[in-house]
Each structure stands twice: as structure tokens, then as C-alpha cells.
Design a binder for this molecule. Structure first.
Ligand SMILES: [Zn+2]
Length: 256
């Protein structure tokens, strides 16, 4: 069943209790991977960050939470972030992920009808009325992956980029050094915590240290194991315990 939780002033997590991170389907504690969208409500309009919840009625459910017009913004174009996109006439995302939205590449599907696409770029600001969000582009999970900084609450909506689970390299290749440098720049971004698409728990800024440390120190010793269709085996690392906040795992598709 769909549910929501207000996780910051005017920011609602929307998810389904069948994909709960532990025995309580609505828990916001650290646990297994789940899927969340975030509704950010301004004075004039509201944005829905990702269509990550695959349940019938989710669009009406979202619209019932606000009387403002709702428009979708995608952290990226993978298949598990575009459920029910057909129910919208317009969509906003980074130009680097438009091919994914058109069904090109691993982990995509053809969306019919495809809404009118509006491109976002690094440094853009989205104005919801009394509420500004800054677009931060960090390619790595995909070429067009973006994060949004809500200036009002200092919350970072981090998609699949700043997360406890990172899938890297299946949708374009960004040198790992470049990705790490862009991650390091998040230290200077004024956010207090991040909300990701597949974690119910909020991630403290210190999670940057966990990610960077794992990539720098654990990845060189990672083993190839996890296999995905058409891509083969990926380098995998796991750090910590899923039910603890500082857990991190990574799967890296690196061409041999
Ligand atoms: Zn993804």
C-alpha cells in the first residue's frame, strides 16, 4: 500500500509498504533497498523527484497531497525511475539521460507516449515559488544523473548518486577519479542530510567519507561476482551492515 511521510518542511517521501527496508514496511530506518519518490511543495507548484514507486494509482496519490500543479523531475532515466511517466505531459531531466528515456541502453524501456522533455543542466535553479532548488550534475551512475539541493531545508535529494548502494558504469563511462572529485565537491554544498531513491533513512553528510573511502580503499580489492543481463559480471564491494546507517555497497561494471 502507498504511504507518505513528511521528511522535512514541505518535502514528502512517497513509497510502498511492500518494499519496506525491514519488517516494518513503513520504517524510515536503515535496512534493505527500497524505492522512494519525493514531493517538494512550493507556493506555486510542486515537483516530484523520480517516479520510483511502481504501484497503480501513485500519480493520483501524489496529486492528493497538494493542490499545486505537480511536475516530474528525474534524477536519471533508468527504468525504475520512470514508472507511470506516461501519466504526465512534461518531464524535466539532464540532457545526458535523454537517450535512456528513449529506451536506449541497459535498464531502460520505451515510454509511449513520451512526455515533452525539458532539459536541466548543472547550476540551474528550479523555482517552485518561495522555494528554490539547485541542480547538481554528477555523472557516474548514469551520464545525466542529477541531485537537487533544496535551499529552504538544506536537504539534498540525491537519486542513485549519493546513496548507500551505488551501481556504476552500466550507462556510460565516467573515470572514477572524476566521479570522486565531483563527490568531494559536495562537502562545499550547504546540505545537512541527503534523501536517496533507494534508502528510507536520511544520509548524513559524513556518508561522503564512507563512499569515498570505500571507492578509494576497497574497490581495488573488489571481486567480480554480481551479474546483470547483457553486461556480465560486475566488481562488487560491501562495507558494513545494511541495518546500520554507514553501510555502503557498490557494483562497478568495468570493462576488462
Ligand atoms: Zn538508476
Amino acid at each position: 500500500m502507498l504511504f507518505h511521510a513528511q521528511v522535512a518542511e514541505g518535502i514528502f517521501l512517497i513509497s510502498s509498504d511492500i518494499s519496506g527496508p525491514n519488517s516494518d514496511g513503513r520504517s524510515l530506518k536503515p535496512g534493505r533497498a527500497t524505492a522512494n519518490s519525493y514531493l517538494v511543495v512550493g507556493e506555486d507548484k510542486a515537483l516530484l523527484f523520480d517516479l520510483a514507486v511502481n504501484e497503480p494509482g501513485v500519480v493520483n496519490y501524489v496529486r492528493s497531497l497538494t493542490d499545486r500543479p505537480v511536475f516530474p523531475v528525474l534524477s536519471h532515466g533508468h527504468i525504475d525511475h520512470v514508472y507511470h511517466l506516461e501519466d504526465f505531459s512534461e518531464v524535466w531531466l539532464h540532457s545526458g539521460d535523454i537517450p535512456l528515456l528513449k529506451g536506449k541502453g541497459i535498464g531502460t524501456r520505451k515510454i509511449k507516449p513520451l512526455p515533452v522533455i525539458h532539459e536541466l543542466a548543472d547550476g540551474d535553479t528550479i523555482d517552485l515559488g518561495g522555494r528554490l532548488l539547485d541542480v547538481i550534475h554528477i555523472p557516474g551512475h548514469t551520464m545525466g544523473s542529477i541531485l537537487l539541493l533544496d535551499r529552504n531545508t538544506k536537504v539534498l535529494l540525491s537519486g542513485d548518486t549519493f546513496t548507500r548502494r551505488l551501481l556504476y558504469g552500466i550507462s556510460g563511462v565516467v573515470p572514477m577519479d572524476e566521479f570522486c572529485n565531483r563527490l568531494r565537491r559536495l562537502w562545499d554544498v550547504p546540505f545537512d542530510y541527503a534523501l536517496s531513491a533507494h534508502d528510507r533513512c536520511a544520509l548524513p553528510k559524513e556518508h561522503l567519507r564512507t563512499m569515498l573511502d570505500a571507492i578509494t580503499h576497497d574497490l581495488p580489492n573488489a571481486e567480480k561476482k554480481f551479474s546483470i543481463p547483457f553486461a556480465g559480471k560486475l566488481l562488487c564491494l560491501t562495507r558494513g551492515v545494511e541495518t546500520e546507517l554507514d553501510y555502503f555497497d557498490m557494483a562497478y561494471w568495468k570493462k576488462a
